[in-house]
Design a binder for this molecule. Structure first.
Ligand code: GLU
Length: 286
């Protein structure tokens, strides 16, 4: 049975782009007789706020999107992230790193999907005098070593077709943040597996992240879903909608008396407010 999820982070209100993502996840599940789950990605306790979660529930109900079962909360799964981190450490695949953003930017020679690619400064520190004190460090995945262990990996996006996994485009990603027991990559991959998600739907801005998630699935022996990275709602300049650029939140629209179900229907039919359109689809060759 197909199972999808909508996985917002409660660090700000939802806007029309989120509504589109939720409609896609909901409708793909319902059209195929499957389930649609809601997962609150509140692992970052500093930035997550309970009042946004309350708003999410109201916004989804107003849009007419009912989810199956209870909403999941990442903050309740921290031990599973810690356990997976320990397993990866025991496999010799993680190393501690205390480099600052500025140090990385200064030493990087390549750009990746999330900015400067970490140049591997802490990967092979010789001798104990120079070794990184793991206390308060972030833990990075030695991607080259991991890829050697798994061999070539493939994954499938429903829209873009079959893909060869190329997690190395990110460099050695952080899997355990210094302030948290996981990063987005680790937490999302573990939760999708734990929740039995068979079709991971999300915006195509996260397409590259799936290369890393596929690698983590292979390392941790997790089931491999199919992905569906949908186009994003963009402003006339091609940038994705954001509250800070004046895109009204769903809560604002709801309180102003707009009809949420009509908005969801318009999104389904690709009728968008003036100036807003869907980004081009991804057509990546395998
Ligand atoms: N929490 C992420 C976000 O709000 C979504 C992650 C995902 O769908 O994998 O952008």
């Amino acid at each position: 049975m197909i199972r999808t999820r909508f996985a917002p982070s409660p660090n700000g209100p939802l806007h029309l782009g989120h509504a589109y993502a939720a409609v896609v996840a909901h409708d793909l599940a319902r059209a195929r007789g499957g389930e649609f789950l809601l997962r609150i990605e509140d692992i970052d306790g500093e930035r997550s706020r309970a009042e946004f979660v309350e708003e999410f529930f109201l916004d989804l109900a107003w849009l007419g999107l009912a989810w199956d079962g209870e909403a999941g909360f990442q903050s309740r799964h921290l031990t599973s992230y810690v356990d997976a981190g320990e397993r990866l450490k025991a496999m010799g695949l993680l190393y501690p790193c205390r480099c600052t953003r500025a140090e990385i930017a200064a030493a990087a020679t390549q750009m990746g999907p999330d900015g400067p690619v970490y140049p591997g400064t802490c990967r092979h520190r010789p001798g104990t005098s120079e070794s990184v004190d793991p206390e308060g460090a972030a833990w990075r995945l030695d991607v080259a070593r991991a890829v050697k262990m798994t061999g070539p990996l493939e994954w499938t996006d429903e829209l873009a077709g079959p893909q060869h996994a190329t997690p190395e485009i990110f460099g050695d990603v952080v899997l355990l943040r210094k302030d948290l027991p996981a990063s987005y990559h680790l937490a999302a991959t573990l939760d999708d597996a734990a929740d039995g998600i068979t079709l991971v739907t999300r915006g195509m801005d996260l397409f590259p992240a799936s290369h890393v998630h596929r690698l983590l699935q292979a390392l941790l022996g997790l089931p491999v879903p199919v992905w569906h990275h949908h186009p994003l709602l963009v402003e006339p300049d091609g940038r994705k909608l954001a509250k800070r650029r004046g895109s009204p939140s769903l809560g604002d629209r709801r309180r102003a008396g707009e009809d949420g179900k009509a908005i969801a229907e318009a999104l389904r039919q690709h009728r968008f407010p003036a100036g807003i359109s869907l980004s081009e689809s991804l057509h990546q060759s395998p």
